[in-house]
Every structure is written in C-alpha cells, then in structure tokens.
Design a protein around this ligand. Structure first.
Ligand SMILES: [Zn+2]
Length: 206
C-alpha cells in the first residue's frame, strides 16, 4: 500500500494544503494567450510560481513535460506560430546591438518586431538548466519570435531563491512584465504581482 504523503497538496494550486492560496487567486481574462511549459522537476519544486500564474490567467495553458511536437499540440488547439513569441533565455547573437530596453520583441534574426502583432506568449519554467533542456527539446520554439526582457526592478524573490543571473525574474514576474508591455490591463499585473508577494511571504514563513 502506498504511503500517504506527509504534506498533502492542494489539487488546484499544487501547494501544500496548509499553504493553499486558492482563496487569494483572482481569475482574469487577457487578450494574450499564455502557454507555460514547465520542466517536470520544477513542477515538484515548492517554490514554483507557474501554477499561481496559470490559475490567475483565464487564457493560460500550463503543461508539465519535456517535449511537445508543435506549438498547436502544446497549446491544445490549432494556433498561428507566427503570432507567438517565446520569452528568450539565452544571449542573442547580436545582443550588443540591441538597445537595453525593459521589453522588446525580436525576430529569430534579432530584428525588432512590432509587439502589437503578438497574440501568444510561451514561457519556459524551470531553473536555467531545465529551461535550456526545454528549449532544445522543442525545436518549434526556434521558429517563434523572441521576447527579451531587461527588467529595471530586481526580482522580489529576495534571498529566498538564488537566480542564475541578477536580472532573472520569477516566471510570474516575467509574465507580469510581458503582459504589461503587450497592453494588458493593469489589474492583470496587479493580480500576478500580488499573488507572487503572498507566495514569497508564505514560503519565507514556512
Ligand atoms: Zn490551493
């Protein structure tokens, strides 16, 4: 007989039951489609913020896995890849030529692209190595436009989680910044930032 886990999880927010944040989560519509691809190891990390993000956004799909055969397969229905951008992790080849602005969308070749033409965003969730794995195991990602963030504000993680680079934000913070720049209502950013604050506070207490 399988032993019941000592710390049962909430089936909705995936957090330990005593840390459940379901009653605090708002559910908001967005124009932008959001696809969160999460590395299986990150899904087991109690510090993960991806689930809270996908619960907040009605137009979000959250997948846990390593590879999907296409964008449409990952999203769950037919969608136009040319209108999607992936939050880019690596160093762009011509990054020195790009202006250091907080947010920009570029083509695969690093040329500036009009953000108003983007209708969907893919975000890879995991630590640096896990995200790299997701990037290389899903070659269709290479065909998407790329979102490059240069946040002016440091992450709110504080000392809780070591980020590989100082400019690295949590998944939920990156999404909040991205959606703000894609023209979503400020309530969306407020809801994401607020649930992230509660998440960090509860993890710091526990
Ligand atoms: Zn919950």
């Amino acid at each position: 007989m399988e032993k019941a886990p000592n710390n049962p999880k909430c089936p909705n927010c995936w957090r330990a039951k005593d840390l459940c944040l379901c009653s605090e989560i708002q559910h908001l519509p967005t124009q932008t489609k959001v696809l969160i691809l999460q590395h299986p190891q990150e899904a087991r990390n109690p510090l993960t913020s991806a689930r809270l993000a996908s619960m907040t956004l009605k137009n979000a799909v959250h997948r846990v896995g390593l590879n999907w055969r296409s964008l449409s397969a990952a999203w769950g229905k037919e969608t136009e890849a040319k209108e999607w951008a992936v939050l880019f992790l690596g160093t762009l080849k011509n990054s020195e030529k790009l202006a250091k602005v907080p947010f920009q969308v570029v083509t695969q070749k690093g040329l500036s692209f009009d953000p108003s033409l983007i209708t969907g965003v893919v975000i890879l969730d995991g630590n640096w190595k896990q995200s790299k794995t997701l990037w290389w195991r899903n070659p269709w990602l290479l065909k998407l436009k790329r979102i490059v963030l240069n946040p002016e504000i440091p992450s709110n993680w504080g000392t809780l989680r070591k980020q590989p680079r100082p400019e690295c934000l949590s998944t939920i913070e990156s999404l909040s910044l991205t959606l703000e720049h894609l023209g979503e209502k400020s309530q969306v950013q407020e809801a994401l930032n607020s649930i992230f604050q509660k998440h960090v506070e509860s993890m710091t207490r526990s």
